[in-house]
Every structure is written in structure tokens, then in C-alpha cells.
Design a protein around this ligand. Structure first.
Ligand code: F6P
Length: 510
């Protein structure tokens, strides 16, 4: 049943009205066990949810909403390989990419065997490149899901990256980006990975052709050695002259694809064992999502919290604060994951929705954000739930730095909640501002894998409750089509039929 037609939706609406005065400070004072009951461990991740504007009763009602909207059945359908991506007629099986070899029977045994048969040569290639001292620079050319996940992971795991190789990511069609990267490179020392699920994306194709041109202009001839394509469309790669290819399947969504051949730059960077650990961490979270009771199921709790904030407290954004500089691309990665998945206006049957879906996600690493936009989080007129991510053990030896970093993260969460009432006016902090605190022991391939899978499943949960298809992205198509038209008009100067603003801009740029 669609969420807004369920009895639970009505009950939650009334509950939210009753709880208008809910105050975190009172909640902690009244319930000494609150920090414990609203905290939990999941594989590799500890989550303190207690500074959120919920209590056990709210969570129970949200679970009832999940029950009435069929969340568990929908989750199980995904894990059975059913075509839950209904608008594209596809299964949603990124989770299969991290499933141990031979661990599934039935209809999924074949696809799983293919996954491992594809993973092995990809990892073997990664090892060859790692051992090849002549290749000093790896350039990933891809955009969206073919860029953000691998880029975020290579940065996050910088302490595990093989010395002597540099990793570059070129995504934008803006030639300044490609030019900036190529400036410092030599053809004979460079491996280009052309990452595109469809191998039709204009930005990636344009960058790939220019990179090929640069390689040849530098005297490079061995394209098979210096270019590899990561794609489901091997035929299109061959047309471009790229014969070293690593494939995957249409049941892997772009923003869920870093576990596939799209993860090759990560595998080159951190090695076979590292990549396998990344997969294992994600698999541990898959199992948690599949088997933990809803009451202690972290992706479920986070996804339902997202629904609570979006639909019942009407908060329209969530800020992401990774207190670890290596996680600086984490907010950008989450933006695509959540906003491309759940930024939808119709339900799975194409009917308009009467309620909000994806919040806006945004953020920067702490402590930098504190000196930029945290003012608004503390004293602005909008309430923005904040999600902290912190890592207990650093990999450097400056203990004081790490102590200060963690102290700041905890203090910010505390300040948001407690506020400060003793001074009025400009110095007044209302407090009662919600946050979630995610804590990893260490930032490793395994813990990163688990953290990413946690976010993937949390997006599944809210999308499922909202009754939308989280696995298509029709909203990106219109701009692509219009850009082709405008591009042609740039050459011809033809503005007939355009609105006055578009025509005016075109004329100025000619
Ligand atoms: O335009 C959006 C999108 O289709 C994303 O969903 C995808 O991750 C990205 O473009 C890149 O697509 P591809 O991997 O096919 O080049």
C-alpha cells in the first residue's frame, strides 16, 4: 500500500503533531537508557542515533509504516533478483557483486558464477598494473557513478594506496580538467581507464577521444596496453579502438557500480586483498540488512529516520560531516547515491506523489564546515539534521590533531543538542537540533565497504517506503537531449523556435 494511504501514516502524522514540543534534553533526562537504546552496532559501524528527534515509540510507529508498505518483502525481492527496477525492466543486484563465490543456489548461482569469473581477470589485471613500474599514472575517465564511488574510495583509502602510482579522475566535459591532468603526464607512463556503463555518455566519450588523441600525438601506439574500457557496452568500446575491456551487467545501477569493473582503479590502488576486503565489508552489511530484525537493523533505522524527518517534521535537507579529511568526497558520493535514487515525483506506477522524497544532501569535512556554514546549523531558521562520521584510530602519529578532531565532532553534536539559553538575543542557541553519529574503529577497505553498503541500503529503505523506483534516473535525460540541440545551434547560429533567454545567451556566446 502506498505510504500516504496507510493507517500508520495517519498515526505518524498525529504523533508528529503531539510531539511538537519534543525536546532532546528532556528526553535524556527522563530516560537514562536513551543513549543505549538508541545506539547500535552493525558490521564495522557504531551508530549513536540518540540525538535524533525520536524515541522508542516513534521508531515503533515507523516500523509499522515499513510493515504496512511491505519493506521486508521488497528487500527480499531485491535479494531474490526480481526485476524491482520496473521502469527499466531490470533486476537490482549490486549486492551480488560482493556475494562470496558459490554461496547461492537456484537462479542466482549462474549470475554469481559470472560475477566471480569476471572479477578474477579484473583483479589479475589490477595486479599486473601494480607490478608494472612503467605505469606511474592511472587516469580514470568517467562521470557520475563511473567516477564518484571510485574517486571517493581511492581518496578514503589513501593509506592503502600503492606507492609510486598516482590516480587521477577526469569527469567533467570541461576541457580544463583533462588539460590540467594531462599536463603533467607522459603517454608511456599512463594507463587510461574509460569507465562508462553505457559507453554513450557525452562527457566521457569526449574526454576519451581527446585522451586518445593526446596519447597518439605523444607518439603512443599501444592502445591495448594504455587504454582499458570498463563497461557493459563492449561493442562501443571496440568501435573506439579499445580492446582491453572489463564488463558488467545492466542489473548494476551506475551509482551502485563501484563493486564491479568500475572499481578497477580502486583495485589497482589498494590491491587484490584490499578490494576483496572492501567487498567483504559490504557483504557483511548486506547480511545485516537482510537478517537483522527491523528494530536492530541499522539501514532500516536510518532510512526510517529519513522518512520521519522528510515527511513528518518537513525537514528538506541533511548535512553530512565526515570528520576525516580522506572522506572529503563522501558528501558528493552520497549526493548522487541518494538524490539520483530518491529524487522522484511519481510512485512506482507513475502516479504523482503527494509527499516529499529525497532531501537535499550537502556537506564538507569537519572541522572545515564549522568555520563556514555551521553558524546556520546552530542558529539558522531551518532545522537540518546532521550526520557525523568519525574514525577512532588515525593513521598518523599526531595524537593531538586527532584528539582535537574527535573532540570537535563530539562537541558540535553536543552543542547542536544542548544549545545555550543563558544569554539572549544574538548569543542564544535554541539547541534541540538533531544529529546522528557514525563511528568507525578504523578507516579500512572493509569498514569503508560496510559504510557504503549501509548508505545504499538506507536509500533503499526510504525509497521503498515512499513507493518510488530508486533505481532509474529519467530526470537526467531532458538536459542531455537539449544540450545536443544547443550544441548544434552553437555551430549554426540558428535560434529559431527558442525562448528569448536561451536565444540571447546563445547569441552572446557565438
Ligand atoms: O546522467 C546520469 C548517469 O546516467 C548516471 O546515472 C551515471 O552514473 C552517469 O550518468 C554515467 O553513466 P555511464 O556510466 O553510462 O557513463
Amino acid at each position: 500500500m502506498r505510504c500516504d494511504h496507510t493507517p500508520a501514516w495517519k498515526v505518524l502524522t498525529a504523533h508528529a503533531a503531539e510531539r511538537k514540543g519534543f525536546d532532546l534534553r528532556t528526553a535524556f533526562a527522563q530516560d537514562p537508557s536513551r543513549a543505549d537504546t538508541l545506539s547500535q552496532t552493525a558490521p564495522h559501524v557504531f551508530a549513536d542515533l540518540s540525538k535524533n528527534l525520536v524515541d522508542a515509540a516513534t521508531e515503533a510507529l515507523l516500523r509499522e509504516l515499513a510493515r504496512q508498505t511491505g519493506l521486508a518483502a521488497h528487500r527480499d525481492a531485491m535479494f531474490r533478483g526480481e526485476h524491482i527496477n520496473s521502469t527499466e525492466g531490470r533486476a537490482v543486484m549490486h549486492w551480488l557483486l560482493r556475494q562470496p563465490e558459490g554461496s547461492l543456489g537456484g537462479d542466482l548461482a549462474g549470475p554469481l558464477a559470472q560475477v566471480h569469473a569476471t572479477l578474477q581477470p579484473m583483479l589479475a589485471f589490477a595486479e599486473t598494473i601494480r607490478a608494472d613500474a612503467q605505469i606511474t599514472d592511472v587516469v580514470n575517465i568517467g562521470i557520475g557513478g563511473s567516477d564518484l564511488g571510485p574517486q571517493m574510495a581511492v581518496l578514503a583509502l589513501q593509506d592503502f594506496v600503492i606507492p609510486g602510482k598516482r590516480f587521477h579522475f577526469v569527469s567533467n566535459v570541461d576541457g580544463h580538467e583533462l588539460a590540467g591532468v594531462l599536463k603533467g603526464l607522459k603517454a608511456e607512463n599512463t594507463l587510461f581507464l574509460i569507465a562508462s556503463k553505457t559507453f554513450t555518455t557525452i562527457e566521457t566519450m569526449t574526454n576519451a577521444c581527446s585522451a586518445l588523441g593526446w596519447f597518439q600525438a605523444q607518439g603512443g601506439t599501444n592502445v591495448a596496453r594504455h587504454f582499458a574500457a570498463l563497461t557493459t557496452n563492449v561493442a562501443a568500446a571496440a568501435e573506439l579502438g579499445i580492446t582491453t575491456t572489463f564488463g558488467f551487467w545492466d542489473w548494476v545501477g551506475g551509482r551502485y557500480s563501484m563493486w564491479s569493473a568500475i572499481g578497477l582503479p580502486v583495485a589497482i590502488a589498494i590491491g587484490v586483498q584490499g578490494f576483496r576486503d572492501l567487498l567483504a565489508g559490504a557483504h557483511a552489511m548486506d547480511q545485516h540488512f537482510q537478517t537483522a530484525p527491523l528494530v536492530q537493523n541499522l539501514p532500516v533505522r536510518l532510512g526510517l529516520l529519513d522518512v520521519w524527518y522528510r515527511n513528518f517534521l518537513n525537514y528538506t535537507s541533511r548535512s553530512i560531516a565526515p570528520y576525516h579529511s580522506a572522506l572529503r568526497r563522501w558528501p558528493a558520493f552520497l549526493q548522487q547515491l541518494e538524490m539520483e535514487s530518491n529524487g522522484k515525483q511519481v510512485d512506482r506506477n507513475g502516479h504523482a506523489l503527494a509527499y516529499g522524497t529525497s532531501p537535499v544532501l550537502w556537506g564538507e569535512p569537519g572541522t572545515n564546515g564549522q568555520h563556514a556554514y555551521f553558524q546556520m546549523l546552530h542558529q539558522g531558521t531551518d532545522v537540518v539534521p546532521l550526520e557525523f562520521i568519525a574514525v577512532k584510530k588515525p593513521t598518523h602519529n599526531w595524537a593531538k590533531h586527532h584528539e582535537l578532531l574527535l573532540a570537535n565532532a563530539i562537541a558540535q553534536a553536543q552543542a547542536l543538542m544542548l544549545g545555550k539559553a543563558d544569554e539572549g538575543g544574538h548569543k542564544h542557541f535554541k539547541g534541540n537540533r538533531p544529529s546522528t553519529f557514525l563511528l568507525l574503529d578504523e578507516l579500512t577497505p572493509a569498514s569503508l565497504g560496510a559504510l557504503i553498503a549501509l548508505q545504499e541500503h538506507r536509500v533503499f529503505v526510504s525509497g521503498s517506503v515512499w513507493g518510488i523506483n530508486s533505481f532509474d534516473q529519467w530526470g537526467v535525460e531532458l538536459g542531455k537531449v537539449l544540450a545536443q540541440d544547443i550544441h548544434a545551434r552553437m555551430a549554426s547560429g540558428q535560434v529559431a523556435g527558442l525562448d528569448a533567454s536561451t536565444a540571447g545567451l546563445l547569441k552572446r556566446l557565438r
